[in-house]
Structure formats: C-alpha cells, structure tokens
Design a protein around this ligand. Structure first.
Ligand SMILES: [Ca+2]
Ligand SMILES: [Ca+2]
Length: 84
C-alpha cells in the first residue's frame, strides 16, 4: 500500500469534517462506516489509535496510523479500508 504525504493529508481533511484539525470519534466512525462498515473492532480501533486518550486523533496520532498501514504487509483490514 502506497500513501504519500499529500494523499495522507487529503484523507485527513476528508475525515475531519468540522475542520478543527483533529479527528473525533464520531468523525472517525462516520468515515469508517462509509469506507467499509462498522464492526465491534471499529471502536477498539479508535481507542488503540488514540494514544493520548483524549478521544481525538491528533495529526501525529493519525500519521502513526498511516505509517502502520504503509509499512505493514499484513495491515489490519480496517486500517487499509480507511486509506483507500
Ligand atoms: Ca474534527
Ligand atoms: Ca488523542
């Protein structure tokens, strides 16, 4: 899977629908529902990605997700769907 910085930023803006520069749980789940549908894991997934535990994905936390999707050969399908 290949994502450049430009593409990653474009997807970030698409997920961040209110444009406040962070991805809220609601925004994340809305995007995921459109991308592939929600599952039990969707909720866990957000919790794992939100390292600071403030219920928002910062840009830094988001980029960590992107790197994981790019670098891992057997990336979580949820992750891959996010960046399609
Ligand atoms: Ca937002
Ligand atoms: Ca956070």
């Amino acid at each position: 899977m290949d994502i450049n910085q430009e593409k990653a930023d474009e997807i970030f803006r698409r997920i961040d629908t209110d444009g406040d520069g962070e991805i809220s749980r609601v925004e994340f789940l809305r995007h995921l529902r459109q991308a592939q549908g929600l599952s039990e894991e969707s909720f866990e997934f957000f919790d794992r990605a939100d390292r600071s535990g403030d219920d928002y994905l910062s840009r830094e936390e988001y980029y960590r997700l992107v790197r994981k999707a790019v670098l891992s050969d057997d990336a979580d399908p949820t992750l891959v769907a996010l960046f399609r």
